[in-house]
Structures are given as C-alpha cells and as structure tokens.
Write a protein that binds this ligand. Sequence first.
Ligand SMILES: Nc1ncnc2c1ncn2[C@@H]1O[C@H](COP(=O)(O)OP(=O)(O)OP(=O)(O)O)[C@@H](O)[C@H]1O
Ligand SMILES: CC(=O)N[C@H]1[C@@H]2OC[C@@H](O2)[C@@H](O)[C@@H]1O[C@H](C)C(=O)O
Length: 362
Amino acid sequence: MLVLGMMSGTSLDGVDAALIETDGRAITRFGRSEYRAYSGNEAAALHAALGRWPGEEGAAAAAELSVAAHAALAGRFPEAEVIGYHGQTLAHDPHGRGTHQAGSGAALARATGRRVVWDFRSEDVRRGGEGAPLAPFFHHACAAWAVSAGHLPAAPVALLNLGGVGNLTWTDPRIQTPEAPGACLAFDTGPANAPLNDLMRARRGTTRDEGGALALAGRADTAVVASALAHPFFDRQPPKSLDRDAFAAVDVAHLPDADAAASLVAIAAGAVARGLQFAPQMPTQVLVCGGGRHNGAMMAALGEALPCAVVPVEAAGLDGDMLEAQAFGWLAARVLAGLPTSGPETTGVPGPCCGGRISSPD
Ligand SMILES: Nc1ncnc2c1ncn2[C@@H]1O[C@H](COP(=O)(O)OP(=O)(O)OP(=O)(O)O)[C@@H](O)[C@H]1O
Ligand SMILES: CC(=O)N[C@H]1[C@@H]2OC[C@@H](O2)[C@@H](O)[C@@H]1O[C@H](C)C(=O)O
C-alpha cells in the first residue's frame, strides 16, 4: 500500500511528510516528500506546551495546532491511502507518567478523510518498554533495502539519527526480520541538536547553528564535556530513551558563544561514542540521518570520536531528511498488517509489541 508518513520531531521546526510503498515488511518504493515549517507563532505555542501532559495548560492548543498543520500537509498527497501520524511529543517519562504525543489521529482522519494510524508509543510504554526509539525496525528494513539495491555490503551497519535528541540503531541486514533476536540493538544516544538550538535561540536569536559555523569557530571545554558525559545515562545498558530536556542542566553559561556551541557538539558526539560501545560488534559504518548531518562541526566531531567511518545516509541511497517520516509510514503499514513495531532490543519491552491505533474517517 501507499502510505504517507508524517513526523514532527523534538526540534519543533516543522512537519515532514513522505510517501512510502510497503506491506509493512519490505520497502517496495520510496515516494515524494514535502516539508512544512512551523510559523513563529506555531513554534512558540508548541514550545510553551513542552513538558505538558494531556489536560494541562497549552496541551489542547498544541494538539489542535498539530492536527491542523498535518491536515494541511496531507492535502498535498491525495494519492496516499493511509496516513501514519506520529503527533508532537510534548513529554516522555516512560517509567513514570508515560509518553505524550499531542494530536488526535481520529481528528486527523476526519480532517483528511483517510485512515490514520497513530499513538505509536503508548502500548510499548504500557507494557514496560521505553516507548522509543521506534525507527529501529524501519532502519533494519532500510539496511535490507540498501543491501538489495547494492548500496551497502551485507554486514552490520549503524543508523544514527541526529534530531533534537540522538538515536542509534545497530542492525544486521542479513537477519530476515527486525524482530528476530540479534537483528537490531537500538537506543537514544543523548542530546543532539536540541541544546544547540536552545543556545542559538538564547544567545543569537536564531533557530540553529547553520552548518555548524559557530561551533567550528570555538573550542570545546573539556571539563564541561567530561562532566556532561559523566551522567549515569551513558553507563546504562541499552535499550534506553531520553526526554528532550533531560540534559537541560548542562551548564555552558560561563562560556563564550562559540566555545559553548563547540562543547555541546562535543557532548553530542561523545554521547554517540559512549553508546556505540554497547554494539554487539563494530558496524562497517555509521550512516547519519536527521538535521544534525548538515552541521559540519557535528560530522567532524563524530568522525573524530568514532572508530569507524561516519557518512551521511545518502551514501546508502537513502534520504536523511525524510527517514523519520518514512519510518512512521512504514510503521503504519506494519500496524495494519498486525506486525510488531518494537521489541526487547529496541525499546526494552518484554516481548514483541504491536503498538499504534487505527482511526477511520467515519
Ligand atoms: N543546515 C543546517 N545546519 C545546522 N544544523 C541543522 C541544519 N539543518 C538542520 N539542522 C539541525 O537539525 C535540526 C532538525 O533535525 P531533525 O528535523 O532531524 O529533528 P527532529 O526530527 O525535529 O528531531 P527528533 O529526531 O529528535 O525528533 C534542526 O533543529 C537543527 O538543529
Ligand atoms: C519520545 C519521542 O518522541 N522520542 C523521539 C525523540 O527524537 C529522537 C529520539 O528522541 C527518539 O527516541 C524519538 O524519535 C524517533 C523518531 C524514534 O522513535 O525512533
């Protein structure tokens, strides 16, 4: 089936939408994609609602805004039979209050006249999993696709998503299904772009460090980096997940702008290196997707910190800006096929877990 996957990540910059043709197992074809940036007012409303749970101030407005933005974008894809709708994560506390993605799939189904698969994380959390990351089974499908297309050798590889938070999937495409033991090991690596974006907003009034120019002009403060990487999160065995602001306490207030940016980049790269130590074997390469791969300082720091090649995921014929949107399209097809969306090695859920809810327009 032809599915439209839609994702608005923790960076709160906008919505990605991408078509994918799949039965929830193999990827038959990648289709076209579009991005819709949030307006300043929309981003401000979403920021104001961060950390809020259903019923709390700002959450309902964020949910309505999310549905409206996604419906507008979905209107540009009339050919999609089904929509995979992630919603906007406002809060994530899997072993406490749960996980909260604002935006109702039922409302989106009514607004678009199409079937919507949504609420992908709750069931995993309810069953004791981390509820994240959910892209790993899709990363396995991508690796298998890239091997069959001749873009990758048939060997273990890692996919690293550098969004607001980073997440990494080690995967062996020689194993047939993603839920099979040994096919995937996945976890959030640590903070990626979110602290850098927050720094740029506070100090420069911009949304991001374009190309990593500011970080490239600075020097990482070794004491700040070491103290951030001393966080007990990095010693925890994967799977493990993070809330967007888990590292809000990293203190770079005393550093000049460029050194502060360089330090946050070094922390993000160091976090990936710490995480990769848990991989069952060193991957042939780390394929980087997500906005962070456009940050030259981030890519350079990763190249230094990791013991294997680090390349943008385009090297394997994939689209690094749309991988997460595609993931939620593929996962939607998987939910409709009744196949698991997470497992013990991706979210720590005790057994294979079929998450997601299905809403019809009528
Ligand atoms: N040209 C660029 N230069 C520097 N940084 C960039 C560039 N383009 C994107 N980014 C960074 O990538 C971020 C967006 O990444 P992405 O869209 O992958 O995140 P997300 O999907 O919102 O987050 P997550 O994956 O955590 O849910 C931006 O907020 C910015 O920090
Ligand atoms: C709770 C939540 O929304 N987590 C996001 C976030 O952004 C990156 C990282 O943290 C990952 O855990 C996840 O998103 C991706 C798409 C995932 O679930 O694989």
